[in-house]
Design a protein around this ligand. Structure first.
Ligand code: LIP
Length: 296
């Protein structure tokens, strides 16, 4: 337990320092490369910030495993008994490139394959979300000094209203993802069509461009449902702990158990009754379409 608290505090410190580096780089001309296609970007800053995070973690915890989106994504399914850090140095790279203020540092840590620590820091909005298994999820806001100082954290999940009974009153968040072939895109468009049109006529869809921050909005209780297919473990490892610890529902599309490597995520915001199978979730599952992404 003491160890986990130490890991969490170090991850918070490193995330805030990494955020400062990202904001410095935001002022400069960005060097952009594409990965899968023109909507899947990586910048020099993603790589530099990942190097910074790993250099700090590996001095502190030399026997831990480090997996990062930019340097070691192919190792993602090689969990060991040692704590495994799963890092996305900038989740929301496209937003970073455009200056749209929803990008973050996402640092997760898994123990024996189970997400155990989550730290997500949005340096533009000055929001730090963090959680460790069994100890609740919190938000600190302000400048880096305020966040690292004694400013009181807000406990997430304690003040949410009851969930709406149907999708017609729900605010939903999702993403289209990087894969653009029909196999992946058409089922997603079908789901969106079902949600926005009759008879469901959902209240609204948001698409923020960061899986990690979308999960933080669930933990905050300001979005009712978030679902995405095509995410990778580094997009969701930290957010998974934050959603769960805030009291939200965290699961996959096809199974109740959340599986870090199966490329799907489905979250429902916390609610006072804590119903694990609310009508809203059943209704969403009835319009989801299967999509076969290869596992991480
Ligand atoms: C992005 C995600 C986003 C998803 C994209 C991509 P990146 O992460 O957070 O939600 O739709 O496919 O994975 O590339 O900005 O780290």
């Amino acid at each position: 337990m003491f160890e986990i608290e130490k890991y969490l505090q170090e991850a918070i410190q490193i995330a805030v320092e990494a955020g400062a580096k990202i904001e410095e780089a935001q002022k400069l001309v960005k060097q952009i490369e594409t990965k899968e296609n023109t909507a899947d970007l990586v910048t020099k800053t993603d790589k530099a910030v990942e190097d910074f995070i790993f250099s700090r973690l590996s001095v502190l915890f030399p026997d831990h495993v480090m997996i990062g989106e930019e340097s070691s994504s192919s190792k993602i399914n090689q969990f060991s008994k040692s704590p495994t850090w799963i890092v996305d140095p900038i989740d929301g790279t496209t937003n970073f490139v455009h200056g749209f203020p929803f990008y973050c540092v996402s640092i997760g840590m898994a123990l024996e394959g189970k997400p155990t620590i989550g730290v997500i820091y949005n340096p533009v909005l000055g929001q730090l979300f963090y959680a460790s298994a069994g100890h609740g999820a919190y938000l600190k806001q302000g400048n880096p000094d305020q966040i690292m100082g004694n400013s009181a954290p807000i406990k997430l999940g304690s003040k949410c209203a009851e969930l709406p009974l149907s999708l017609s009153q729900a605010l939903l968040s999702t993403e289209y993802g990087a894969a653009k072939t029909d196999e992946y895109l058409l089922p997603k468009l079908d789901i969106i069509k079902s949600f926005i049109s009759d008879p469901v006529s959902g209240r609204g869809i948001r698409s923020l461009g960061s899986a990690a921050l979308s999960m933080c909005l669930i933990a905050q209780g300001v979005v009712d449902i978030y679902y995405e297919a095509g995410v990778h473990a580094w997009d969701v490892a930290a957010g998974a702990v934050i959603v769960k610890e805030a009291g939200g529902i965290l699961r996959g599309w096809n199974q109740e158990e959340f599986d870090l490597l199966d490329r799907t995520v489905l979250c429902v915001r916390p609610s006072p009754s804590n119903d694990q199978n609310p009508p809203l979730l059943k209704e969403l599952i009835s319009i989801l379409k299967p999509i076969a992404y290869p596992r991480d």
